[in-house]
Design a protein around this ligand. Structure first.
Ligand code: NAD
Length: 527
């Protein structure tokens, strides 16, 4: 059985330094020192001091911070995209569309809507008409963010922006696979805090391997937002037990992409190509299983194979490329193992099906057919540029197959019938579903993002993501200065019959029941 991505981490050559390499060319990028447990604790302690000021800042100031970050991203978009490309191996288009754009959209959304979702909220006071009920969304304190490698810029800023907007300080542990770019991203935040006169310690990025992440989890931060593999998600939960630290887990996926018989074929083909080949398939919500109705199957497979065969792999900064590199040797070996295992069990690669190590770490764009539901490739996260296409007889079979894995992150349904697509979307056990496009749920920042089952729990984005960064505090206060004592002590023999009468009066559904209760109450009051 092939191993999953999280079992693949190569033991570091030195525990004190990260050797950074360009995945697309294997050229060295430099060495980044590892932050050990003491450095992590120090960053958290400094962040806690900084948070005392930042937590008292106005929403106006927090919007200004977002605007600074946005201006930096726009002014330096080309430079930042190239940094992302060098560190992660993705293409320039993928860097601009998949990293800088979603972060800009998150900033725009936060500036426009953040205050509305975090302002004190008036609630019903229920029975207590003389009281006023309010919910406050107060900062938690210091939030620890632990990132994977697949979106170096977005993985840092995506969870950091809502945490900051809610008044928290943040300590971010970036992935050892993309440690080289972290210092440049720190500069974005440093310059924004400098401009506003707040301490840089409000956000600190730390570098290191798993041990650095583990130290952050155990550092006493007030929440951990972890994005990564299922196996390390379990380790985060284990670590969180020590201080009862709340945790958000954004884990892996095995997303289904369902093409109904009434789908617009050309639209489905292009959405599927995007779903599989963006970032060379190294996205948590990549279309890992394309389930196509048997009536469209042959034509669909022919078209995607034509497109995939023509795609260019390569280092995007040297020559135009459609599909970028694979981040690590271990990840490349995992893709090879899952594909060759599937082929040995009867699957066929209609194009690609091989790694290309001539210039860097690449895997040829692949279309794989003949995959059966029990094969490991149909169940384990692949994270590679491989379109696994499976034939289905009807919607019910598509739903059953889609729900068959342990994951439940995103999904896609392609159909010309809104009712049919919606019915399928509702039947999928997932955190999100995009109908007739790929991945747009993530760009619609009002929508929460996250998964169920092995894909984790908790939500990023939207109102739910913002409020997840807060202590949701309930306040009940006097509406009028009545000052009526609620005399429960010392106990009184009238209390029991009075309460019983009041219960019946309030909750009896029928009018006759309420009338009887009123009489009982009157008797109890008289006695
Ligand atoms: P990973 O689990 O190997 O590493 C993620 C981070 O955890 C890294 O920074 C790593 O150093 C750190 N880490 C490792 N061991 C740790 C420990 N014991 N304690 C604390 N931190 C530890 O994941 P990866 O290979 O970097 O990323 C790929 C995975 O991330 C895939 O499974 C992918 O689906 C998932 N992912 C999920 C989402 C989502 O939103 N659901 C988004 C992107 C990626």
């Amino acid at each position: 059985m092939p191993t999953t991505a999280a079992h693949l981490a190569t033991p570091p050559a030195s525990p004190d330094v990260i050797e950074c390499v360009e995945p697309a060319t294997l050229a060295p990028l430099g060495r980044v020192p590892v932050d050990g447990p003491d450095a992590v604790r120090d960053a958290v302690a400094r962040a806690r001091v900084a948070q005392a000021r930042w937590g008292a800042s106005s929403f106006e100031t927090r919007r200004a911070l977002c605007a600074h970050v946005m201006a930096h991203l726009l002014d330096h978009a080309d430079e930042l995209a190239r940094i992302v490309v060098r560190d992660s191996g993705k293409t320039l288009d993928n860097a601009l569309m998949g990293e800088i754009w979603p972060v800009c959209e998150k900033l725009r959304w936060t500036i426009a809507h953040g205050e509305k979702h975090l302002a004190p909220e008036r609630m019903s006071s229920g029975l207590f008409l003389h009281k006023r009920a309010t919910v406050l969304y107060q900062p938690l304190g210091v939030i620890g963010v632990i990132c994977p490698w697949n979106y170096p810029l977005q993985n840092v800023l995506g969870p950091t922006i809502p945490a900051l907007f809610a008044g928290n300080a943040v300590v971010v542990k970036v992935s050892e696979q993309v440690a080289w770019s972290a210092a440049r991203f720190q500069r974005i935040l440093d310059e924004a805090f400098d401009a506003l006169g707040y301490p840089r310690d409000t956000v600190r990025i730390v570098n290191g391997f798993g041990a650095t992440g583990a130290a952050l989890v155990r550092s006493g931060v007030d929440k951990v937002v972890f994005t990564g593999s299922v196996e390390n998600g379990r380790r985060i939960l284990e670590g969180s037990v020590e201080h009862l630290t709340p945790v958000v887990l954004e884990l892996g996926g095995k997303d289904a992409f369902i093409v109904c018989e009434d789908a617009h074929l050309e639209q489905a083909v292009h959405a599927a190509l995007a779903g599989v080949f963006i970032s060379a398939g190294q996205s948590c919500m990549a279309a890992e299983r394309v389930l196509v109705h048997e009536r469209l199957y042959d034509e669909f497979v022919a078209r995607v194979t034509d497109h995939a065969s023509a795609m260019r792999i390569g280092a995007a900064l040297e020559a135009p490329a459609d599909v970028g590199a694979i981040v690590s040797d271990e990840q490349l070996a995992l893709i090879e193992r899952l594909v060759s295992d599937a082929v040995s069990r009867g699957a066929r690669a209609l194009c690609g099906g091989r790694a290309d190590r001539a210039r860097g770490r690449f895997y040829e764009p692949t279309v794989l057919v003949g995959v059966t539901p029990d094969m490991p490739i149909a169940n384990e996260e692949l994270f590679g540029p491989v379109m696994v296409v499976m034939r289905v007889r009807d919607d019910d079979e598509a739903i059953a197959l889609a729900n068959r894995t342990r994951f439940g992150l995103g999904s896609t349904v392609m159909s010309r019938s809104p009712a049919r697509a919606r019915k399928i979307a509702e039947a999928l056990r997932v955190g999100s579903c995009t109908i007739n496009d790929f991945g747009f749920t993530y760009m619609a920042q009002d929508l929460p993002f996250g998964g169920v089952d092995a894909s984790g729990f908790g939500r990023l984005n939207g109102r739910e993501g913002l409020r997840a960064c807060t202590n949701v505090k309930a306040i009940l206060e006097d509406r009028f200065p009545l000052h009526m004592p609620a005399k429960i002590y010392p106990s009184d023999p009238k209390t029991y019959p009075l309460v019983r009468g009041a219960l019946r009066l309030l909750y009896q559904p029928s009018l006759s029941g309420k009338a009887k209760a009123a009489l009982e109450l009157a008797r109890a009051l008289r006695s």
